[in-house]
Design a protein around this ligand. Structure first.
Ligand SMILES: C[S@@+](CC[C@H](N)C(=O)[O-])C[C@H]1O[C@@H](n2cnc3c(N)ncnc32)[C@H](O)[C@@H]1O
Length: 253
């Protein structure tokens, strides 16, 4: 994943025009519409905390991510926020939240529908009755550009100029992104390479995962082309949720 380049993540996406402030305001509107008065929020796969820094205007926030390098960047930005190293597939924080989010296609790192089911169910167990979950899917299989894509991006940090050249390919429902970074500083030029493997899940797969987790779900427009945003709600009348912990796995499909 971003093993070698967590320290470049913010600069690259800022240069690419990613607007975390606006995205966070949109997410807040969605949550407020489905679950008015939500006060606590869990960001699953929070990365460097790009959304958390804005979402904390409205919520007491907690972030989790599997990558210690991404969390280190988030901690530098948000020293007072609870940021926990955890895998979404085995999430068991012992806490519930009014809302949860899993943004920028992080769910696409699941390698199969079984893994996605497990992750969505684990996140759902961290919601209070009536809680809202927003998940941004990876590219829909029908929206993938045949033959793959190549891109180039540039960014500047305090002491470096970065060029990232990426290539993506598809093999069945698996997509692989290869990202090469040239990082130029006064001391020299480094070449850093990251690989990302994501799965092209169909809308039916996402919807089945939410249903298996006991959530009702709507698809709403996603700001990223070719992707969908899922807004799911836990039934308000559910029996009180015990502190989240390992539970029964969802049924196999
Ligand atoms: C594209 S980044 C998105 C980060 C952040 N949500 C954002 O919008 O900038 C994907 C993130 O998913 C995290 N991730 C991937 N697999 C994960 C897993 N199994 N559990 C938790 N986090 C995971 C990665 O470490 C990375 O920070």
């Amino acid at each position: 994943m971003f093993r070698h380049t967590a320290h470049l993540y913010d600069a690259l996406y800022e240069a690419a025009g990613k607007d975390y402030a606006q995205e966070s305001a949109d997410i807040h509107d969605l949550i407020e519409h489905r679950g008015p008065g939500a006060r606590t929020l869990l960001d699953v796969a929070c990365g460097t905390g790009g959304h958390l820094q804005y979402l904390r205007r409205w919520y007491a926030v907690t972030g989790v991510d599997v990558d210690p390098g991404m969390l280190a960047e988030a901690r530098a930005k948000l020293p007072t926020v609870s940021l926990i190293e955890a895998d979404m597939r085995s999430l068991a924080l012992g806490q519930t939240f009014d809302a949860a989010v899993c943004l920028f296609s992080s769910i696409g790192y699941m390698r199969s529908t079984d893994e996605m089911d497990v992750a969505i169910s684990a996140i759902a167990r961290h919601l209070v009755p009536g809680g809202v979950l927003v998940v941004d899917g990876w590219v829909r299989p029908d929206a993938w550009i045949n033959g793959g894509t190549t891109t180039v991006e540039t960014a500047h940090t305090e002491d470096a100029t970065v060029v990232r050249v990426s290539r993506s390919v598809r093999d069945g429902e698996r997509t692989s992104l290869e990202m090469h970074h040239l990082v130029a500083t006064a001391a020299g030029i480094e070449h850093l390479v990251d690989h990302h493997d994501l799965t092209l899940f169909a809308p039916d797969d996402y919807e089945a995962a939410f249903r298996a987790a006991g959530l009702t779900v709507d698809i709403v427009p996603c700001p990223l082309p070719g992707r969908d945003r899922y807004v799911a709600t836990k039934a308000p009348g559910d029996r009180p949720v015990s502190p989240a912990g390992p539970g029964a796995p969802p049924p196999h499909r």
